[in-house]
Design a protein around this ligand. Structure first.
Ligand SMILES: Nc1ncnc2c1ncn2[C@@H]1O[C@H](COP(=O)(O)OP(=O)(O)OP(=O)(O)O)[C@@H](O)[C@H]1O
Length: 245
């Protein structure tokens, strides 16, 4: 089975001419089906840029970036839009719409599916909200939920369309320790049960234990990758050990 993420020789620069600055250099990264990879490294090392390239949110300049079986190098905007619909995104600030309830926010992610009725979409949204422990809060507006609950809605929204890949950028940055751990554990369990792979960028040392593998970046390069065969509990411990975590 093809890996959901297969990146090779990926180089990316912002700016042009004298202002051109390379922020990714010859990056290699693979994420196996169902695997959870955490991308870590100092501020400015290129993590978010890498995530946005894998998410088809910006165009590939050089190298290969295959995501869910599609080569993004040379892909047209329309192809990138189509691919984005097959990926679940979770951001630091949940990005929920304030005038929609939790249930409506989640159901909205299914609108592009086409073959479900609105009642069907709301029902599916209700089921996944129950799976993240929010059954009783499904009809509340985001403003009436805690930060951790809002992020759980974002997890439900990212997963409801059964994506093969979840991309998460600092999903716990705005949360306290307990809520942050709860959110990532829920994310991991739900993604695992659905066979979705996760690539998660974080600075948060409190959540590294959810990873099958930790990949460290520095100055646009992958500097440590615990190895793809390490996707086991033993591998996790070894990975954490290797990075002094
Ligand atoms: N749109 C942009 N235009 C120009 N430079 C950018 C742009 N976005 C990011 N950069 C620069 O690219 C480099 C890598 O940024 P990126 O956000 O990918 O790093 P990061 O590792 O995710 O950092 P952080 O942990 O602070 O989010 C940084 O030096 C940043 O200033």
């Amino acid at each position: 089975m093809e890996h959901p993420v297969q990146i090779a020789g990926l180089t990316y620069a912002y700016g042009e001419g004298a202002l051109r600055r390379e922020v990714l250099r010859d990056v290699e990264l693979r994420v196996a089906p169902g695997e959870i990879v955490i991308l870590t490294g100092p501020s400015g090392s290129g993590k978010t840029t890498l995530l946005t390239l894998a998410g088809a949110l910006r165009a590939v300049q050089s190298g290969s970036c295959r995501v869910l079986g599609r080569e993004l190098a040379g892909a047209r905007e329309g192809e990138r839009v189509a691919l984005r619909r097959r990926i679940g995104f979770i951001f630091q600030n949940h990005n929920l719409l304030g005038f929609l309830t939790a249930r409506q926010n989640v159901a909205m992610a299914l609108e592009l599916d086409g073959d479900t009725t609105e009642a069907g979409r709301l029902e599916r949204a209700g089921r996944i909200l129950a799976a993240v422990g929010l059954e009783e809060h499904a009809d509340k507006l985001p403003a009436h939920l805690s930060g951790g609950q809002r992020q759980r809605v974002a997890v439900a929204r990212a997963l409801v369309g059964r994506p093969g890949l979840i991309l998460a950028d600092e999903p716990t940055a705005a949360l306290d320790r307990a809520s942050g751990q709860e959110v990532v554990h829920l994310l991991r369990d739900l993604a695992r049960s659905r066979g979705a792979a996760i690539l998660l960028v974080t600075h948060d040392p409190r959540i590294l234990d959810v990873a099958d593998r930790i990949v460290a970046m520095e100055d646009g390069r992958v500097v440590a990758n615990a190895g793809e065969s390490a996707a086991t509990t033993g591998g996790r411990a070894a990975a954490a050990d290797q990075h002094g975590l």
